[in-house]
Write a protein that binds this ligand. Structure first.
Ligand code: PNS
Length: 159
């Protein structure tokens, strides 16, 4: 069985993430979406539980997608699950620079660990969770960037 991990902070999950999940679910027998902490991001908008629940909700139509979370290093999660291939979306060149470092670092500390990149659909190449959080914090609509359920949760936060 070919399984893959799709890690991220997903604060919140965007349509760009959904595109990667859907495409990965067609290429692999199983996709494990794993929510991890990003040390660069200090105060998340959504708690870990909220993010897990939103991701479960938006992926419920995809039978081979599982959602979970992990406290710690991605390589340790990979070791625990026995799945050592991860997938990351690439939106543009600065993503590539950061992702390459992460992929090489992870491979160095865990040589079985492999990172595959998927080119983001150009219509989502500018969409990021941080952009969504910023627009939302100023009351701007984010319906073009996130699944409907997530939009509703964002509105609840800011009402
Ligand atoms: O969605 P993001 O914020 O770009 O995802 C980044 C993430 C969570 C995949 C990355 O920060 C991560 O792997 N965090 C877990 C801790 C870890 O393994 N750090 C070493 C690699 S940077």
């Amino acid at each position: 069985m070919k399984a893959v991990i799709y890690p991220g902070s997903f604060d919140p999950v965007t349509l760009g993430h959904m595109d990667v999940i859907e495409r990965a679910s067609k290429m692999f027998d199983k996709v494990i979406v794993c929510i991890l902490n990003n040390s660069q991001k200090k105060s998340p908008l959504f708690s870990l539980d909220e993010r897990v629940n939103m991701l479960k909700e938006v992926t419920k139509g995809l039978d081979n997608v599982e959602v979970t979370s992990f406290e710690g290093l991605l390589v340790d999660f990979a070791k625990c699950t026995g799945v050592h291939i991860i997938i990351r979306g690439l939106r543009e060149i600065t993503d590539f620079a950061n992702e390459l470092k992460m992929a090489q670092g992870n491979h160095m500390v865990y040589p079985d660990f492999e990172t595959l990149f998927i080119a983001t659909d150009p219509k989502y190449s500018f969409v990021s969770s941080s952009m969504v959080r910023e627009y939302a914090s100023y009351g701007k609509p984010v319906k073009d960037f996130v699944p409907e359920i997530v939009q509703a949760k964002i509105e609840e936060k800011y009402i």
